[in-house]
Design a protein around this ligand. Structure first.
Ligand code: GUN
Ligand code: FE
Length: 434
């Protein structure tokens, strides 16, 4: 029981009121880990089947806001140790900070320790699903999926494929990546709530032969996902043009190798042409908007409104460690500030959609998660606006719902996460000793 907010569709720039549901005194009825009912407390109670009247357990979150578990559509778990690294833009940041950090994952114990820490921290931030980059080492995927499986989370992950323009100790080959990925797919894809995501790092670090392998892997089994980076930084884009002179544009590099389509998501997409946006939309390929990362690495301002207007599905993402926080609240706040730089403030409801159902849709997981439709998996987060004094004070002076929700996303962070629930069971509780 609590205040409930969830979405049925993208509210768009006009904040279509039919796209969301808000219930001040709401009830979420959960059984067997899935949503059985969602609505007004009185009505859900009245509709309870007779035999469950006495066995149902009431969890009273009145005063707090219950939303679907946050979805982080692009994040690198091995980069937890480079969060907040000073003074570099993308290509130098990769060489000076990120590649050395990822090289330390040659030690499986480092991968296991980091994976457990990362999954615990995701839950503490209210994130229950993510599309996760591991490192080039196959065992880094095993470490992540094992940690996610232990918490029963719905997660995507893949081994980074990278066979050029990177340090020797992080380099695979087209053949070795084909073998490693096939074995990982065999081991993990479709196991419980886990799915494999084919993960060529980006066009610069894969030869055409390896991109070919990635495209063939994507087509090799139903429901495989793809993730990579696209059009993030001007120096990166110039290098891609040099490496692939025959491609019409950056997106075309991936297109030629069969790497666009449903369940394919690309990080950033800041500097895209109209032709690239049209091709993304036509192929149902999606974009992960990474506002804290784009600001931190000085990459540029992603135009959410333009991209969505072109018919491209957009999810929100932390992109840690280029991004500065795992908090999807902070990510929403940063996304709003970027939209202000472009003189096009994102509507409040669209931001909340982007961190929940929008992320699920961008990942092609909306059949399982993202809202409280009957039958969806019961992953949710309980948010408390009283946890931060300035936020509590601001909310006390906010009348409209959107004003309160806006304050929460621009002033709030993980301190506001009171509890995180996975498949109808508590997975994180603020203040509890781990
Ligand atoms: N492009 C290629 N690799 C990376 C990465 O690890 N982070 C970001 N932000 N961009 C990338
Ligand atoms: Fe990234």
């Amino acid at each position: 029981r609590g205040r409930i907010l969830h979405f049925f569709a993208d509210p768009g720039e006009d904040s279509d009121p039919a796209s969301w549901q808000y219930i001040e005194d709401g009830a979420l009825l959960i059984d067997g880990g899935v949503v059985r009912d969602c609505g007004e407390w009185d009505k859900v109670l009245a509709a309870l089947p007779q035999h469950t009247r006495h066995t149902a357990r009431l969890i009273d979150h009145r005063g707090k806001l219950i939303v679907p578990g946050f979805v982080d559509t692009h994040v690198h778990y091995p980069q937890m140790r480079v969060l907040g690294s000073y003074g570099r833009q993308l290509l130098d940041w990769l060489n000076d900070y990120t590649f050395p950090a990822e090289a330390s994952f040659a030690d499986p114990a480092v991968a296991e320790r980091t994976a457990k820490f990362f999954v615990d921290r995701l839950l503490a931030h209210g994130t229950t699903t993510a599309s996760v980059y591991a490192t080039v080492h196959a065992h880094s995927v095993d470490a992540f999926f094992s940690a996610a499986e232990a918490k029963r989370l719905r997660m995507l992950c893949g081994k980074v494929m990278m066979d050029r323009h990177c340090p020797d100790n992080l380099r695979d080959t087209a053949d070795s990546s084909a073998r490693d990925c096939s074995a990982l797919i065999e081991r993990w894809h479709g196991k419980g709530r886990l799915r494999y995501c084919v993960t060529p790092r980006f066009a610069i670090t894969s030869t055409p032969a390896q991109l070919q392998v990635a495209g063939e892997l994507y087509a090799s089994r139903p429901d495989l996902h793809v993730q990579s980076h696209l059009s993030e930084n001007l120096a990166e884009i110039a290098f891609v043009r040099e490496l692939f002179p025959d491609s019409a544009h950056y997106l075309d590099v991936y297109d030629r190798f069969g790497l666009l389509g449903p369940r394919a998501i690309y990080g950033h997409g800041i500097h895209l042409s109209d032709a690239e946006l049209a091709r993304l939309a036509a192929s149902q390929t999606t974009i992960a908007f990474c506002p804290t990362s784009n600001r931190f690495l000085g990459s540029g301002h992603f135009d959410y409104r333009r991209t969505a207007a072109a018919g491209v599905s957009v999810g929100l993402a932390s992109d840690v460690g280029g991004g500065t926080s795992l908090s999807m609240l902070r990510t929403m706040g940063a996304g709003y500030e970027v939209s202000q730089m472009l003189q096009a403030p994102t509507p409040v409801m669209r931001s909340w959609y982007g961190a929940t159902l929008g992320g699920a849709q961008a990942l092609g997981l909306e059949g399982f998660i993202g809202n409280f439709a009957i039958g969806k998996e019961a992953d949710f987060v309980v948010l408390d606006t009283q946890a931060i004094p300035e936020l509590a004070f601001r909310v006390a002076h906010a009348n409209a719902l959107t004003e309160q929700l806006f304050a929460l996303m621009v002033l709030g962070d993980e301190r506001c996460v009171a509890a995180t629930w996975v498949l109808g069971e508590p997975a994180y509780q603020a203040g509890a000793v781990a």
